[in-house]
Ligand binder design. Structure first.
Ligand SMILES: C[S@@+](CC[C@H](N)C(=O)[O-])C[C@H]1O[C@@H](n2cnc3c(N)ncnc32)[C@H](O)[C@@H]1O
Length: 223
């Protein structure tokens, strides 16, 4: 296993306002299963051949991506919502993944430059308030040739029925979905970071009942 990273000092209280409590563990399990039913094939592509080493996950939630992490991974799980930490830790234990849960925001990672092999992220760049800042941090902490893997729901083309519906839903959707923006052009933000390569597929989340918030992008970018 790779040597553990030296964390920079961080302010545990700077992770933002208190979030609402997490769902009971059983409900969270069901939600993760349902989400992975919709995103699983996309994760199979985006997270294929992850290097077992030091992996950072932005907005790790309850740990829906653990099945894609190879044995020998040390996961730095960035998750500001402390209400999710107990479930996240329990799921990491069950999966045999060594995890360091970081109660911080992705916009400011307590990690040195160029220290990480992989950064992964699913359905989080829609919710992270300053996605540009978080992506700049991804580029900062990845080592050269390190990869950023993502599966995100994104804005449908402007003017399309889905796009117009996403725009109209912004406020109510954000209120019920923890600040999620249903109409964010996340791929443009990833492409603006200056990665050496970006490989992205656009499509619909498989079997997702969440019309119109089912337009997605998945893939990887190389530092
Ligand atoms: C829709 S959930 C997705 C959770 C998980 N990635 C998944 O796919 O199941 C969005 C997650 O982003 C987290 N989040 C919100 N703001 C964040 C921030 N500034 N930095 C990092 N994570 C954040 C939320 O707490 C939540 O766990």
């Amino acid at each position: 296993m790779a040597a553990p990273l030296t964390l920079l000092p961080y302010d545990e209280d700077a992770s933002g306002p208190a979030r609402r409590p997490a769902a009971p563990a059983r409900l969270l399990d069901l939600a993760i299963r349902a989400m992975n039913h919709c995103t699983g094939p996309h994760k199979d592509q985006a997270f294929a051949d992850l290097a077992a080493g030091n992996v950072v996950e932005l907005g790790a939630g309850g740990g829906s991506n653990l099945p894609w992490l190879p044995a020998g991974t040390r996961l730095y799980a960035v998750e500001p919502n402390r209400a999710l930490h107990a479930s996240l830790r329990a799921r990491c234990d069950r999966a045999g993944i060594e995890a360091v849960v970081l109660p911080v925001s992705a916009e400011r990672l307590p990690l040195p430059d160029a220290c990480v092999d992989e950064v992964i992220c699913s359905l989080a760049l829609c919710t992270i308030p300053d996605a540009e800042a978080a992506l700049a941090e991804v580029a900062r902490v990845l080592r050269p040739s390190g990869q950023f893997r993502f599966v995100e729901h994104v804005a449908a083309p402007a003017g399309s029925l889905r796009g117009r519906a996403q725009g109209a839903l912004r406020r109510p959707w954000g209120a019920i979905a923890g600040g999620c923006d249903p109409h964010r052009d996340t791929l443009a933000r990833i492409e603006a970071v200056g990665f050496a390569e970006v490989h992205a597929v656009r499509g619909l989340l498989r079997h997702s009942p969440a019309w119109p918030v089912n337009t997605a992008v998945w893939g990887w970018a190389v530092r």
